[in-house]
Write a protein that binds this ligand. Structure first.
Ligand SMILES: NC(=O)c1ccc[n+]([C@@H]2O[C@H](COP(=O)([O-])OP(=O)(O)OC[C@H]3O[C@@H](n4cnc5c(N)ncnc54)[C@H](O)[C@@H]3O)[C@@H](O)[C@H]2O)c1
Length: 260
């Protein structure tokens, strides 16, 4: 157990949209000061302004997590304005799909640079301060694509599985320093990422595989982020929380009709 009751300060990557944005708003509602970080500065500014308009504390920080040399500066900028970071949510992510046998090395490298190396380097940088202070919450946004294969997702799926490996590695090596590291595996969530990629027909096919029979909302994931980021979750470490409306739980006969 920890004596802490407050959330402290959060740094969220990819917070200009979708799951990162919803997590920023949710943590701000818990009283966290939030560094809203995104590749797109304007999107980050908009979300930070939204939090401030609601009475919260937030600053926008421009950061491309694939630019290794920019990470330390962005973290220092956030800490100079909001104080030491207690919570990190790694939500910045990129999906690029190509057929397996024609998958290009360039696409592979791009996806890995953002989803895996970016998650690792931002976590490492922020964890140094957390370890020195003896407290931290790291939450990595993986995916059900890291647990099951999907067509065209050689890089994306592998990157999301790698994030689960990273989560366990951080959980082990930093667990004794008061830091917990957990992952969330969202199912299909309605965000610009999926709205840009899915046709109505794809949505229909996907919904048929989800027992909850609805699209996930970014807020569904933000609720899980809020739990894992809370001081109360101090004994949850190295876990993967699937938030998918039951997708991973279901198997071959999932239409609800009794069939032989
Ligand atoms: N939407 C889903 O169904 C779903 C499912 C499982 C996992 N995820 C994961 O959730 C995370 C967020 O996805 P989303 O659906 O909210 O997408 P989104 O496109 O709405 O938001 C992603 C944000 O990340 C930012 N970003 C992209 N590359 C970046 C980089 N190099 N550095 C910093 N920021 C960068 C974008 O500017 C954008 O604001 C991703 O890691 C994604 O893989 C999404």
């Amino acid at each position: 157990m920890t004596d802490r009751t407050d959330y402290g300060t959060a740094f969220i990557t990819g917070a200009g949209s979708g799951i990162g944005r919803a997590s920023a708003l949710r943590l701000a509602a818990e009283g966290a000061a939030v560094a809203v970080s995104d590749l797109r500065r304007e999107a980050a500014e908009t979300v930070a302004a939204e939090i401030r308009a609601g009475g919260g504390r937030a600053v926008a920080v421009a950061l491309d997590v694939a630019q290794a040399e920019a990470i330390a500066g962005a973290v220092a900028e956030a800490e100079a304005q909001l104080g030491p970071i207690d919570i990190l949510v790694n939500s910045a992510g990129l999906i690029l799909v190509e057929p397996l046998l024609d998958f290009s090395a360039a696409t592979w490298a791009k996806v890995m640079a953002v989803n895996v190396t970016g998650t690792f380097l931002v976590s490492q940088q922020i964890a140094r301060g957390m370890a020195a202070r003896g407290y931290g919450r790291i939450i990595n946004i993986s995916s059900v694509s890291g647990l099951r294969a999907g067509v065209g997702r050689a890089a994306y799926g592998t990157s999301k599985a790698a994030i689960l490996g990273l989560t366990r590695q951080f959980a082990l090596e930093l667990g004794a320093r008061g830091i917990t590291t957990n992952a969330i595996a969202p199912g299909v969530i309605e965000t610009p990422m999926t709205l840009n990629a899915y046709s109505e027909e794809t949505w229909d096919r996907v919904l048929a595989m989800i027992p909850a029979r609805r699209r996930g909302a970014p807020e569904d994931i933000a609720e899980a982020v809020a739990y894992l980021a809370s001081p109360a979750a101090s004994y949850v470490n190295g876990e993967v929380l699937t938030v998918d409306g039951g997708y991973m739980a279901s198997g071959m006969t999932q239409t609800g009709q009794l069939q032989a």
